[in-house]
Design a binder for this molecule. Structure first.
Ligand SMILES: [Zn+2]
Length: 369
């Protein structure tokens, strides 16, 4: 009896607390729902009571909704008040977000800018097996795990560099909207024990992204600069692999940097345009020849800059095109390849960890410390 009474009082108290909060946060009664395996925007709309016709109206109201990229480590928000349903959906890769409303039999959808509250979480651990697997065991996000490996893409060129049980830690942004966790943001600082040495990186922003940086990166005598402002590696140089579309064994003789369509593509070094155009596999492409005899190739471009023509001289870091998904391509990225002495080589052994225009900024930063 006594216990029942206490429970009942507690319930009444909690109820009062809840309704008090909902008054305080008026119009803010969102619940966060996980993205589940196989979820598409259509599926999410259906789950939340949108009819086939309403789903069509939503999808046709903004082109960005059809390209919305949803991953399992993100959430969406749902609010239901007196005959009104609102969904807020967030693209995993880009800043794109949409509000979808259903009220009195009318539906609408429009982009909006979320007012994220950002916190930093620190994760500590040890490497057992692969880096990716070790981090996924601590934090269930492919994005975060692959960003950590991106930070060390230039440092770890073989599994031998990493000892079993190597210590690591990193800090990662967590983005909240209306009090709910929505998605992870950028990794800001990293530390990893490589060959018994604590190698730390820091994410340094630039206007179109940012790079993981360590002052040792400035000392690297590499002949090329990064061809993009954000180095998220979707696929590495692999002399043997199955092509994702044709299924045939086809070597991947470059590195794929994943970026949203339209992001600038930068010349990796001063050079001259030797070829450009369009073909079946590469889509829109440009090939530059540099004074040291190296050739760099840029594939799947959305737009080739109008100035580009055969024989045109370009400077290091000059914008030559925009990232796209032309040719054999499933998601927007830059396929970047390097040829030297007639041989295709792994670009990550030849490019610096940052684009040309960041060099001064990074030098100034190191000089200050
Ligand atoms: Zn590629």
């Amino acid at each position: 009896m006594m216990i029942h009474l206490v429970v009942r009082q507690l319930c009444a108290f909690l109820l009062a607390l809840t309704s008090y909060q909902s008054v305080q946060a008026a119009n803010n009664n969102f619940a966060a729902k996980p993205i589940r395996s196989g979820d598409t925007l259509i599926g999410i709309l259906a789950k939340n009571g949108f009819t086939g016709r309403e789903r069509e109206v939503v999808l046709s109201s903004h082109a960005g909704l059809r390209q919305l990229f949803l991953t399992l480590d993100t959430k969406y928000l749902v609010r239901r008040d007196a005959g009104e349903t609102e969904l807020r959906v967030f693209d995993s890769q880009t800043a794109a977000a949409f509000r979808i409303l259903k009220k009195g039999g009318k539906v609408s959808a429009f982009p909006y800018i979320p007012n994220y509250k950002i916190t930093l979480e620190r994760i500590d651990g040890r490497i057992h097996g692969s880096i990716l697997g070790s981090i996924l065991a601590k934090i269930d996000s492919n994005f975060v795990a692959s960003r950590f490996t991106d930070a060390y893409a230039f440092d770890i060129r073989s599994a031998r560099d990493l000892k079993r049980g190597a210590n690591y830690w990193f800090t990662v942004q967590k983005k909240y909207e209306s009090g709910h966790f929505i998605k992870y943001g950028e990794i800001m600082q990293t530390s990893l024990e490589i060959d018994g040495r604590d190698v730390r990186k820091r994410f340094v922003k630039n206007p179109d992204g940012g790079v993981f940086f360590n002052s040792d990166d400035l000392l690297e005598k590499r002949p090329l600069y990064a061809p993009v402002n954000y180095l998220k590696i979707a696929s590495t140089f692999q002399p043997n692999r199955l092509h994702p579309i044709t299924g045939r064994r086809q070597p991947h003789l470059g590195v794929d940097f994943e970026l949203p369509k339209g992001e600038p593509v930068l010349a990796a070094r001063k050079g001259v345009v030797v070829r450009y155009g369009n073909n079946h596999a590469a889509g829109n492409y440009i090939v530059l020849l540099h004074s040291n005899g190296m050739e760099t190739a840029y594939d799947h471009l959305y737009k080739i800059d109008k100035k580009i023509r055969q024989g045109l001289k370009v400077n290091a870091g000059e914008k030559i095109a925009e990232v796209g998904c032309t040719g054999y391509c499933t998601r927007a990225h830059l396929h970047f390849a390097v040829k030297t002495k007639g041989r295709m080589v792994d670009p990550l052994n030849y490019i610096k960890a940052y684009p040309y225009h960041m060099e001064e900024q990074l030098e100034a930063r190191v000089a200050k410390n």
